[in-house]
Write a protein that binds this ligand. Structure first.
Ligand SMILES: Nc1ncnc2c1ncn2[C@@H]1O[C@H](COP(=O)(O)OP(=O)(O)OP(=O)(O)O)[C@@H](O)[C@H]1O
Ligand SMILES: [Mg+2]
Length: 93
Protein backbone atom coordinates (compact mmCIF):
# COMPACT_ATOMS: atom_id res chain seq x y z
CA UNK A 1 0.00 0.00 0.00
CA UNK A 2 1.67 3.30 -1.04
CA UNK A 3 1.97 5.98 1.61
CA UNK A 4 0.79 9.54 1.08
CA UNK A 5 4.47 10.49 0.70
CA UNK A 6 4.96 7.89 -2.07
CA UNK A 7 1.90 9.16 -3.92
CA UNK A 8 3.07 12.76 -3.76
CA UNK A 9 6.29 11.70 -5.54
CA UNK A 10 4.39 10.16 -8.48
CA UNK A 11 4.85 12.14 -11.68
CA UNK A 12 1.72 13.76 -13.01
CA UNK A 13 0.20 11.56 -15.72
CA UNK A 14 0.66 12.93 -19.22
CA UNK A 15 -2.77 11.71 -20.22
CA UNK A 16 -5.79 10.66 -18.18
CA UNK A 17 -9.05 9.24 -19.42
CA UNK A 18 -11.62 9.80 -16.69
CA UNK A 19 -14.49 7.66 -17.90
CA UNK A 20 -15.28 9.59 -21.08
CA UNK A 21 -18.62 8.25 -22.28
CA UNK A 22 -19.78 8.27 -25.89
CA UNK A 23 -23.04 6.82 -27.18
CA UNK A 24 -24.32 6.73 -30.73
CA UNK A 25 -28.04 6.41 -30.22
CA UNK A 26 -28.55 3.23 -28.21
CA UNK A 27 -24.98 2.04 -28.83
CA UNK A 28 -22.59 2.66 -25.95
CA UNK A 29 -19.33 3.02 -27.85
CA UNK A 30 -17.30 4.09 -24.78
CA UNK A 31 -18.30 3.37 -21.22
CA UNK A 32 -16.46 2.59 -17.99
CA UNK A 33 -13.00 3.26 -19.42
CA UNK A 34 -10.49 5.07 -17.21
CA UNK A 35 -6.70 4.95 -17.38
CA UNK A 36 -3.54 7.01 -17.06
CA UNK A 37 -0.49 7.26 -19.27
CA UNK A 38 2.73 8.45 -17.66
CA UNK A 39 5.32 10.57 -19.51
CA UNK A 40 7.52 8.28 -21.63
CA UNK A 41 5.16 5.34 -21.29
CA UNK A 42 4.16 3.42 -24.43
CA UNK A 43 0.63 2.03 -24.43
CA UNK A 44 -1.10 -0.30 -26.88
CA UNK A 45 -4.81 -0.37 -27.60
CA UNK A 46 -6.36 -3.72 -28.45
CA UNK A 47 -9.98 -4.74 -28.80
CA UNK A 48 -12.34 -6.66 -30.99
CA UNK A 49 -14.12 -5.05 -33.92
CA UNK A 50 -16.60 -2.46 -32.71
CA UNK A 51 -15.19 -2.37 -29.18
CA UNK A 52 -14.59 1.38 -29.33
CA UNK A 53 -10.91 1.81 -30.27
CA UNK A 54 -11.49 4.45 -32.91
CA UNK A 55 -14.00 6.25 -30.71
CA UNK A 56 -11.47 6.32 -27.87
CA UNK A 57 -8.71 7.72 -30.11
CA UNK A 58 -11.12 10.33 -31.42
CA UNK A 59 -11.93 11.36 -27.85
CA UNK A 60 -8.27 11.39 -26.78
CA UNK A 61 -7.31 13.57 -29.72
CA UNK A 62 -10.25 15.93 -29.26
CA UNK A 63 -11.95 15.00 -32.51
CA UNK A 64 -14.98 13.91 -30.52
CA UNK A 65 -16.19 15.36 -27.23
CA UNK A 66 -17.44 12.84 -24.67
CA UNK A 67 -21.02 13.18 -23.43
CA UNK A 68 -19.74 12.84 -19.87
CA UNK A 69 -16.43 12.23 -18.15
CA UNK A 70 -13.29 13.93 -19.35
CA UNK A 71 -9.84 13.65 -20.82
CA UNK A 72 -6.99 15.39 -19.03
CA UNK A 73 -3.79 16.13 -20.95
CA UNK A 74 -0.84 17.58 -19.07
CA UNK A 75 -3.07 18.19 -16.06
CA UNK A 76 -5.63 20.22 -17.99
CA UNK A 77 -9.08 19.25 -19.12
CA UNK A 78 -9.23 18.92 -22.87
CA UNK A 79 -11.91 21.12 -24.34
CA UNK A 80 -12.61 21.57 -27.99
CA UNK A 81 -12.12 25.34 -27.85
CA UNK A 82 -8.66 24.89 -26.31
CA UNK A 83 -7.72 22.19 -28.79
CA UNK A 84 -8.66 24.42 -31.70
CA UNK A 85 -6.53 27.22 -30.30
CA UNK A 86 -3.49 24.96 -29.86
CA UNK A 87 -3.76 23.09 -33.14
CA UNK A 88 0.02 22.62 -33.46
CA UNK A 89 -0.01 20.46 -30.32
CA UNK A 90 -2.72 18.13 -31.51
CA UNK A 91 -2.09 14.46 -32.14
CA UNK A 92 -2.70 13.00 -35.57
CA UNK A 93 -4.47 9.61 -35.52
N1 LIG B 1 -20.51 7.59 -36.16
C1 LIG B 1 -21.10 6.51 -35.63
N2 LIG B 1 -22.44 6.38 -35.67
C2 LIG B 1 -23.06 5.32 -35.11
N3 LIG B 1 -22.42 4.32 -34.49
C3 LIG B 1 -21.08 4.39 -34.43
C4 LIG B 1 -20.35 5.48 -35.00
N4 LIG B 1 -19.02 5.29 -34.77
C5 LIG B 1 -18.94 4.13 -34.11
N5 LIG B 1 -20.16 3.58 -33.89
C6 LIG B 1 -20.43 2.34 -33.16
O1 LIG B 1 -19.76 2.43 -31.91
C7 LIG B 1 -19.16 1.18 -31.59
C8 LIG B 1 -17.64 1.37 -31.46
O2 LIG B 1 -17.12 1.65 -32.75
P1 LIG B 1 -15.60 1.94 -33.03
O3 LIG B 1 -15.49 2.29 -34.48
O4 LIG B 1 -15.08 2.93 -32.05
O5 LIG B 1 -14.93 0.53 -32.73
P2 LIG B 1 -13.50 -0.03 -33.18
O6 LIG B 1 -12.96 -0.79 -32.01
O7 LIG B 1 -12.66 1.07 -33.72
O8 LIG B 1 -13.89 -1.05 -34.35
P3 LIG B 1 -12.97 -1.62 -35.57
O9 LIG B 1 -12.05 -2.64 -34.98
O10 LIG B 1 -13.98 -2.24 -36.50
O11 LIG B 1 -12.23 -0.44 -36.17
C9 LIG B 1 -19.58 0.20 -32.68
O12 LIG B 1 -20.77 -0.46 -32.23
C10 LIG B 1 -19.87 1.12 -33.86
O13 LIG B 1 -20.84 0.53 -34.72
MG1 LIG C 1 -11.66 1.37 -35.56
Amino acid sequence: MPTAQDISKDPMPLLEARNPRVSFGDVKALDDMSFEVQPGEAVGLLGQNGSGKTTLINVLTGMLMPQSGSVVFGGENMRLSELLSTASERVAA
